[in-house]
Design a protein around this ligand. Structure first.
Ligand SMILES: Cc1ncc(COP(=O)(O)O)c(C=O)c1O
Length: 444
């Protein structure tokens, strides 16, 4: 198959003969069904050679940009330098990465390495249950914590599915797909983000092992914590004895090396990282307080959560992560202010395109992560979005941007990610195209 001559449609058609739907992750199924063939820095190219300024970043891992050379070289060295998946004994590289993470992430005393965010959130829940001896877990309506049976529920739902806002209270469980047990086991409770009273409500009724949340929701755009919310979660964890788990798979390393927990000053009991930690290579980790992480080696097998994986600590991904973290630490004083500056320019430009035409809209942003909403104020939870946002116009605008060479993934509210590889020219180009796209959709 020659990637130069096959069009996006041809690739999809070919793949559909062998892969259900032609794509191995339902989240990658988009309309228009572009097949990209090259990524470099802040840019993507499709099969026709058209270039896009990319704000999807492969669902956010590419904080340093696509194919970032120092990280790729570190991975290549692991491949050519004799490292292998020995499948026995400790590895030098995993120790290096663990030391870097424990040194630079305040929420992590000890850490263990896995491959995907989903594996890592699953393990964090398992550790919390082993520590507390309790089964119940609180998740956020509008939060995404991975693809596994228990947590793959209640992300984007309609009002018809979950009903109007209840506080205090919880929402009916809505699995993301068939074949899971979450509605039978009834140990998962979905409540709204920014709603402390509902945490209390669930804790009074059930023995809760853990509350897992992205510290700011980044799978329904960008939904930030209200003042005191994360501190309130910490207090409730201490009051009711559950473990507070921050899912920093999207926020970790992107907003700060110590993640959003470092920015907020709220220390979770366990924290999960993925995505940006290895700049696009498959690696995730669970870390946290030593007393909880050390249950992994509890001499009593009945108290010891099981951690295993053929590819845990894979040398290629770990070498990429070591280089990513070292690079971020060495360049943090340039990178984080730079992406903040580009983010604030994007935010101002987008707001200007809407307000100059009298269109009601807002931008929610944390550093390099942003989303626009066609409503007056940034949302505080999913209900604000499903009650106030214009989903059809949102997608139409994204498609108009794609036509103009700016890749905002064409899924309503999806977070956009700026990388350190974006330049002032990329931002200027994006804002010009954004303005033209708004004019074309609203005819103003
Ligand atoms: C916040 C969050 N947690 C967990 C995951 C799952 O990570 P993975 O797709 O690597 O399994 C994701 C993926 O998008 C995520 O955004």
């Amino acid at each position: 198959m020659d990637k130069q001559i096959m069009s996006s449609d041809n690739i999809l058609e070919h793949n559909r003969r062998f892969i259900p739907g032609g794509i191995s992750s339902v989240n990658r199924s988009i309309d228009p069904p572009i097949a990209f063939v090259k990524g470099e820095g802040a840019h993507l190219w499709d099969t026709a050679g058209k270039r896009y300024v990319d704000y999807h970043a492969g669902f956010a891992p590419y904080f340093l940009g696509h194919n970032f050379r120092p990280v790729n070289e570190a991975a290549a060295l692991a491949l050519t330098g004799g490292d292998s998946l020995f499948g026995a004994g400790p590895s030098r590289l995993e120790g290096q990465l663990a030391e870097l993470v424990c040194t630079h992430v305040p929420a992590v005393d000890k850490v263990t390495l896995l491959n995907t965010g989903s594996e890592a959130t699953s393990l964090a829940i398992r550790i919390a249950r082993a520590v507390t001896g309790r089964p119940h877990v609180i998740v956020m309506q509008g939060g995404y914590n991975g693809n596994h049976d228990e947590l793959a529920c209640n992300v984007f739902n309609t009002l018809a599915e979950i009903g109007p806002r209840v506080s205090p209270g919880e929402y009916p469980l809505r699995p993301l797909g068939a074949g899971t047990t979450v509605t039978q086991t009834r140990v998962v409770h979905a409540i709204n983000y920014n709603d402390l009273e509902s945490v209390r409500y669930v804790c009074r009724r059930y023995p809760v092992a853990a509350l897992i949340t992205e510290p700011l929701l980044q799978n329904i755009g960008v939904v930030k914590p209200e003042a005191g919310y994360l501190e309130g979660l910490r207090d409730l964890a201490d009051e009711f004895g559950f473990l507070l788990i921050f899912d920093e798979v999207k926020t970790g390393f992107r907003h700060a090396i110590g993640g959003y927990s470092q920015i907020s000053g709220v220390r979770p009991d366990l924290v999960v990282y993925g995505k940006a930690v290895a700049n696009g290579f498959p690696l995730a980790l669970v870390g946290g307080k030593a007393e909880y992480m050390d249950t992994i080696i509890d001499p009593d097998p009945s108290r010891r959560p099981f951690v295993a994986g053929t590819y845990n600590g894979h040398p290629v991904a770990v070498a990429a992560a070591v280089e990513t973290v070292r690079y971020l630490v060495a360049h943090k004083n340039e990178i984080y202010p730079k992406v903040e500056d580009m983010g604030s320019k994007i935010e101002a430009g987008i707001l200007d395109s809407f307000s100059s035409r009298g269109i009601t809209a807002c931008v929610a942003r944390q550093g390099s992560a942003f989303s626009f909403y066609l409503m007056a104020r940034p949302p505080r939870d999913l209900h604000d979005i499903i009650e106030g946002h214009d989903f059809a116009k949102d997608v139409a605008l994204r498609r108009a941007l794609i036509q103009r060479g700016v890749f905002f993934v064409p899924i309503a509210t999806k977070q956009c990610s700026i990388s350190a590889a974006h330049t002032a020219e990329d931002i200027d180009f994006t804002l010009e195209q954004f303005d033209a796209a708004v004019a074309s959709i609203w005819h103003k």
